[in-house]
Each structure stands twice: as structure tokens, then as C-alpha cells.
Ligand binder design. Sequence first.
Ligand code: PRP
Length: 187
Amino acid sequence: MSPLMQDVARVLISEEELQRRVAELGREISEDYEGLDPLLVCVLKGGYMFLADLTRHLTIRHAIDFMAVSSYGDATETSGVVRILKDLDSDISGRHVLLVEDIIDTGHTLAYLMDNLRVRQPASLNVVSLLNKPSRREVDIEIAYQGFVIPNEFVVGYGLDYAENYRNLRFVGVLKPEIYAAELERE
Ligand code: PRP
């Protein structure tokens, strides 16, 4: 077993389930945005794998751009205070913007990003998130498209990391508690 796999307690969403759902989302978004030439904005880093797969299922004209944000919180919790590390290259005024996220947890990151982008007057602003963890929500977020609702467990893979590792796993898995236990003890 690979060193990364040894740290995974179990597979939560298999590669096949992920690929099937991402293809469905691609079809749905292609229908809804037909003729609108949307701009897909990927929130780095976690969204990179979802964006790469999702866009390969889009059949419409579209552009992509990236934002990098960082919360001021620690590694396992987000604090609600967000810092922009990399802003968009493009002007979004009058454009149909679709924010692409890997996971919505407390909702603070997305709430901040949506407020920040709305000021730039896009024609529309929607969210597609691969994963949604509603049990952790602290801020209300309207999610136009979601892949999977997941329980409150520490998940890694398909873009999601723990301490920058595990992003490359092809499935979404639950991390063994002992991997992050030392950090929880320090909190
Ligand atoms: C994750 C995820 C979201 C955010 C969601 O990013 O990609 O952006 O947390 O949490 P929230 O709903 O509680 O705000 P993270 O800060 O782990 O950075 P990364 O994408 O670079 O791994």
C-alpha cells in the first residue's frame, strides 16, 4: 500500500462516483449556460482537480480564471477572515461568473469571495461546489450546483489536502484521526 493510502481510514466517494457526478454537473452547467460564455473561477488550491475534470465535460464556450485565498485560521479550521493571495486576471463586469470550489464547510470563504466579486458587477454569480458539509455551516450560502453532501468528517483527496498532502488521490477519503490528532491536541 502506498504511503498516502496508509493514512486513509476509508473511501467516502470513489473515483467512479466522482467521475459520474462531475460529468452530470458538466452536462447541467452546459445546458444552463448555453450562449452565455461564462467565466469559471477556480478557488485555489483545492478546486484545481474538480475544475480540470468539470471543464472537460463542458460543451459550451467558456473561459477560466483563478483566485487564491488563504484564511487566517489554522490548518483544520477556517476562521472567517480571508486574505486574497492571487486576484483574477480578468475583468468580470457584465460576465456570467461561476465560482468553482472543492468544499463548503463553514461558508466563510465563499461568503467573503461572493461579496468581493459582487462589487465588480458580474451579470450573474453562482457557485458550483463538489462537496458540501452543511452540518458545519456558519454563514448561509446559496449553492447553485453541488456534487455531494458529506458528513462532518476530515476528508482528503481529489484536490483536498491535509498539510498540503493527499490532493492527488483520485477519490475522496476520510483521513485516519491519528494523522491530525497531534494538531488537535495543540489547539
Ligand atoms: C478550503 C476549501 C474552501 C474552504 C472552505 O480551502 O477549498 O476554500 O476551505 O471552508 P469554509 O467554508 O469553512 O470557509 P483551504 O483553506 O483548506 O485551502 P486550499 O483550498 O488551498 O486547500
